[in-house]
Design a binder for this molecule. Structure first.
Ligand SMILES: [Zn+2]
Length: 410
């Protein structure tokens, strides 16, 4: 099949154009969902899609679907998209690059007069970032992970209800309950990590999502004087914490590069330089992309904490707080992305996503995969977020050809 390419300078132009909506003095964007800035970019998006003969519908949670007719419109649409909302003082590419790459795909097909078999659907999901309302909200309602009423009643930090904002900005759609059938879903996103740049690859073929295990640990001992209590007579929770921490990192190193461990929060009581603490509580975050290996890490963590705790001078309580199972994307969608990158001559590697994305919700109900492009130094959720124009062009061209390949083999 002949490879089509998108118009990279037009795509970059739309990124620059929409970055003005919610622009911050520091060069980023603050475009929280269902604010005036979000309304402005939504209105812009809808007008641009209608301009290239797409019909636009909005569902009851405000997800926007721009549909381009195919030859057989009884087929479920091959879809792609991301989110136009941002973090507070977020970057110009997180989410936006995905939606605007999708728009560029539709513009390229419109210009070429190319008619796909199935209809295509470009989607802007409502409230992906958790900066104002719960994260992955629109895609989560669409995929049935969240109840519509629960989403409507969620409130921002100022106590403003989502439903009221949805109605205020005019994006509470009347087109029925969220969740129609999709033939497939593809999403381009910046990597938000440093791997592609370090490996000098243009395209990340995202094969799945890392699972997560979160624990809360409390170590209790006996508070005492730092200058009088002999080492042998101490019940020092900090000493136990140090042993557990060292072994947790050892565990992750045994499973690297996919295994990850983070101790990101530690509370020491009373937290005074000349007092042996009475209590140290902390969090452990373990991650792995493979389900079996993630659960083996889980077992090993429980065993190592037991080994350190049993017969020790302190008492240790380990509580699991949260489990997210690893997710594998659809094999056919993954191949479509990998083949497109290969045929276009872009360097690529398989990668898993650490952050959550709309695609992880959609994957519950439709064959799904993602395309990552490198971002400078892996920096994201930051005004300094930056990407190379040629990488955005490459990602959008891979999206275009993955969509066409998926469409042609059905
Ligand atoms: Zn994002």
């Amino acid at each position: 099949m002949q490879q089509l390419s998108v118009n990279g300078s037009r795509l970059w132009g739309t990124l620059v154009e929409t970055a003005r909506l919610g622009a911050t003095p520091g060069g980023g964007i603050t475009r929280l969902p269902l604010t005036d800035a979000d309304m402005a970019v939504r209105d812009w998006f809808v007008a641009e899609c209608r301009d290239i003969d797409c019909s636009v519908t909005v569902d009851e949670i405000g997800n926007i679907f721009a549909r381009r007719q195919g030859q057989d419109n009884s087929l479920p649409p091959v879809s792609f998209g991301s989110h136009l909302d941002t973090q507070i003082a977020g970057g110009k590419f997180d989410g936006t690059a995905g939606v605007l790459s999708g728009l560029e795909v539709l513009r390229t097909l419109h210009e070429a007069g190319y008619r796909t078999r199935a209809p295509l659907e470009l989607i802007n999901w409502t409230a992906e970032e958790g900066a104002r309302f719960p994260p992955l909200l629109g895609a989560g309602v669409f995929a049935g992970a969240y109840e519509l009423q629960w989403a409507y009643n969620s409130k921002d930090p100022e106590g403003i209800r989502l439903l009221d904002e949805l109605e205020r900005v005019g994006y509470r759609g009347k087109e029925g309950t969220p969740g129609h059938k999709l033939g497939a879903y593809f999403e381009i996103h910046i990597e938000q990590g440093p791997v592609l740049e370090a490996e000098n690859k243009t395209i990340g073929v995202v094969v799945g999502a890392r699972g997560q295990l979160w624990y809360d640990v409390t170590v209790s001992g006996l508070q005492g004087h730092a200058g009088t209590t002999p080492m042998a007579m101490r019940r020092d929770p900090m000493a136990t914490f140090a042993r557990i921490a060292a072994e947790v990192f050892g565990l992750a190193w045994a499973y690297e590069p996919e295994g990850l461990a983070t101790i990101g929060h530690v509370e020491v009581t009373p937290n005074s330089r000349n007092v042996i603490p009475g209590c140290v509580s902390f969090t452990i975050d373990l991650r792995h992309a493979d389900k079996a290996l993630m659960h083996r890490m889980d077992d090993e963590l429980v065993a190592l904490v037991d080994r350190i705790a049993v017969g020790g001078e302190t008492s240790v309580e380990l509580k699991k707080f949260w489990t997210v199972e690893p997710m594998a994307f659809d094999a056919r969608c993954i191949s479509a992305v990998r083949n497109a990158a290969e045929q276009l001559g872009y360097s690529h590697m398989d990668i898993v996503t650490g952050p959550g994305h709309d695609a992880l919700q959609v994957a519950r109900v439709a064959p799904t995969s993602m395309i990552f492009i490198p971002c400078e130094h892996g920096i994201s959720h930051n005004e300094a977020e930056n990407v190379k124009p040629e990488h955005v062009t490459a990602g959008a061209s891979v999206l275009l050809n993955a969509v066409l390949a998926f469409d042609s083999v059905r």
